[in-house]
Design a protein. Structure first.
Length: 228
């Protein structure tokens, strides 16, 4: 459960979530009954460098969550809207989903690929929202980024403090796209969660087939639908 909460934090901070750990408990969505106060704005994010992107996204997200925590606990749909607004533009969902699907991507039809990308994104939101909303900003420290020669890829390091005080190294894999820097993987204690998800999904697809896995993901995720 500690690792599940930690992954949720990384998803929230970097919008790059890929994990193979036990699912976090989640509250059932309810009808909106209140309004978000001092909402985070996309303009608060500085995407000029990988490090600034992670730092400013985290700051905007945590300011909003800390101001609206009771509302988000009651109404996860509003938290999903925050993720869509602040994080989704800087998370390369399509690229991450393609890597997660691995060799099965090549055999998938265009419709299956589209369904997997959408279901993968929605499953991250629905499964990790509860842990994300309980995170506090004092438990995260962003460290200097390492940008590869050529400036097309980078890794932003951070320390995330667990509730017991233990510091865990977390890095965010970034790539420079035509739309700017985007995150696509989270590496926790040396474990890539794109790779972990690929192994899990690959084994399930080999056993049951891609359509069965898509139906399970869509059934579990339910809502919200990914914006296109």
């Amino acid at each position: 459960m500690q690792s599940t909460r930690l992954l949720a934090v990384c998803v929230g901070v970097a919008a790059a979530a890929v994990a193979q750990l036990a699912w976090a408990e989640k509250a059932a969505p309810t009808a909106a009954s209140a309004t978000v106060t001092t909402p985070a704005l996309a303009s608060e994010v500085d995407a000029s460098t990988p490090q600034k992107l992670i730092e400013t996204t985290a700051r905007a997200m945590m300011r909003d969550i800390e101001a609206n925590r009771p509302l988000y606990r009651k109404d996860p749909m509003q938290l999903y809207a925050l993720v869509d607004r602040i994080l989704l533009p800087y998370f390369d969902v399509d690229y991450a989903a393609r890597l997660v699907l691995g060799r099965h991507w090549r055999a998938a039809t265009p419709e299956q690929r589209k369904r997997f990308v959408g279901a993968f994104y929605r499953s991250l939101l629905t499964n990790y929202s509860t842990a994300l909303v309980e995170f506090t900003s004092d438990r995260l420290k962003i460290l200097p980024a390492a940008v590869e020669a050529g400036g097309q890829a980078a890794s932003v390091r951070s320390d995330v403090k667990r509730r017991n005080g233990q510091k865990v190294p977390v890095s965010y894999s970034m790539r420079l796209t035509p739309q700017g820097w985007k995150a696509w993987d989270v590496v926790i204690e040396g474990i890539s969660y794109v790779k972990s998800f690929r192994e899990d999904f690959g084994a399930e697809i080999d056993q049951k087939g891609l359509d069965a896995v898509l139906e399970r993901l869509e059934r579990q995720a339910g809502a919200p639908a990914r914006k296109t």
